[in-house]
Design a protein around this ligand. Structure first.
Ligand code: SF4
Ligand code: SF4
Length: 135
């Protein structure tokens, strides 16, 4: 069973709000793919960072809502350092998370996490995860 909770619809106005919160304009992305190539989390993301930028550029709110990308981002800043357009992608990811969480929508259901997983994880990991994934 997935621990991720399906989200409600995001509209184009919310995508604009993501840009306002993050201060980053996805339309500056030139789709070079460097961010996806250097991202250590890319294999756990669906879609990749570059693909998420493309979805934002096209106002594909439904696809942005389904994306795991922002929730998987570890904010390591590798993409920021390498992006030829200087786009602060971690900030943009934070903007996506904030716009969802501010609607009081949790991204993870703690009750769906298996007991053995809870027992195995260090408490600091759980606290960090709930700060990032719950409203
Ligand atoms: S590295 Fe920057 S310009 Fe290249 S695809 Fe990623 S966000 Fe776009
Ligand atoms: S900041 Fe996030 S998106 Fe960028 S390289 Fe690190 S994990 Fe990937």
């Amino acid at each position: 069973m997935s621990v991720f909770i399906p989200l409600g619809a995001l509209d184009d106005a919310i995508i604009q709000k993501i840009a306002e919160i993050s201060g980053e304009n996805a339309r500056r992305c030139m789709q070079c793919g460097t961010c996806s190539a250097v991202c250590p989390m890319v294999e756990s993301m669906q879609p990749s960072v570059r693909q998420l930028m493309l979805l934002l550029q096209h106002g594909r709110s439904g696809a942005v809502q389904e994306a795991t990308t922002a929730w998987t981002c570890a904010a390591c800043h590798t993409c920021l350092v390498r992006c030829p357009r200087g786009i602060d992608i971690p900030r943009l990811m934070e903007g996506i998370r904030q716009i969802v969480l501010r609607q009081n929508l949790d991204r993870v259901d703690p009750r769906a996490i298996p007991a053995e997983t809870l027992a195995a994880l260090p408490p600091i990991a759980l606290v960090a995860a709930f700060r990032k994934l719950t409203a």
